[in-house]
Design a protein around this ligand. Structure first.
Ligand code: ARG
Length: 268
């Protein structure tokens, strides 16, 4: 299978203020100190990896006091030049929403506000023409109809059932317009059925690889930038014609984040 890359525009937020100061997912332990130098080095490597692949990387100014703002994927969902700004599930992160929205405005995107809680591309993933949307952890099911109305696209609702996989991008990777990889036990039986019907050729991740957020990956259709801690999953990607590129994002895993969480795709 020949896979082809397309140039992407990504937005990232520098981890200047990155920290684990509260616990809003099972990965976070506020008593453990974050190594910010290590985080900065890992983030810079991730950014450079995208640049080396020929992608555009826009850097959004980090705001002090918002330790999770580095997870740019949660800032909104951007498709067709429309930016759906986030409405965070936890008060700790809600002040990030206006900061991201201001950047969207300045970037020339049309900004929309949803009435329901949603955490952007963390829970809304574009696959081809349709959008896969998760609930209930961080995005309300009621937001899915709003997303469909605002984008004019089909939205497929998927129910997450394991607290470790609290965002869609922790349990499912979008590799190209037809191909996804996912960890079935993260989804309800009904959602597993939907995924199996929609993506009969999907790559199924092991518990070990999903458990290090191996699925929290960013693909350009050929290169799959992912954690270096999931070599078996990387091998599955390679066998399917993709080129995995492993990066060390261990410091972000302490906050329950990975490669994709740090990366918001901008689709003009
Ligand atoms: N500590 C952050 C939170 O719990 C991590 C967000 C990770 N982002 C993602 N797109 N999965 O909100």
């Amino acid at each position: 299978m020949i896979r082809s890359a397309t140039e992407r525009e990504y937005a990232m937020v520098e981890p200047t203020h990155f920290d684990v100061r509260y616990e809003i997912n099972p990965w976070m332990d506020a008593s453990r100190a974050v190594d910010r130098v290590k985080a900065s080095t890992q983030w810079a490597m991730l950014r450079q990896t995208y640049v080396d692949l020929g992608h555009q990387v826009r850097v959004i100014e980090p705001a002090p006091g918002l330790p999770d703002m580095v997870f740019a994927a949660n800032g909104g969902f951007v498709v067709d030049g429309q930016a759906l700004r986030s409405r965070f599930a936890f008060a700790e992160r809600e002040p990030e929403a206006p900061a991201f929205a201001a950047w969207f405005e300045a970037a020339g995107l049309t900004v929309h506000q949803l009435a329901n809680v949603n955490e952007g591309e963390g829970d809304l993933r574009l696959v081809g023409t349709r959008i896969l949307a998760a609930w209930p952890c961080r995005t309300a099911r009621a937001a899915h109809a709003e997303v469909a109305a605002l984008t004019g696209r089909e939205v497929v609702s998927l129910e997450l059932v394991d607290p470790r996989f609290y965002h869609l991008d922790t349990a499912l990777a979008v590799l190209d317009d037809e191909t996804v990889a996912y960890f079935p036990p993260a989804f309800s039986a009904e959602s597993q059925g939907l995924l199996a019907a929609l993506f009969p050729d999907a790559i199924v991740a092991s518990a070990a690889d999903a458990g290090v957020l191996g699925l929290n990956a960013a693909s350009d259709g050929h290169h799959v930038v992912m954690t270096d801690a999931a070599p078996a999953l990387a091998q599955q990607f390679r066998a399917a014609g993709f080129e995995p590129i492993g990066v060390d994002v261990s410091e972000f895993l302490c906050a329950g984040g990975g490669v994709k969480c740090c990366t918001l795709e901008i689709r003009r």
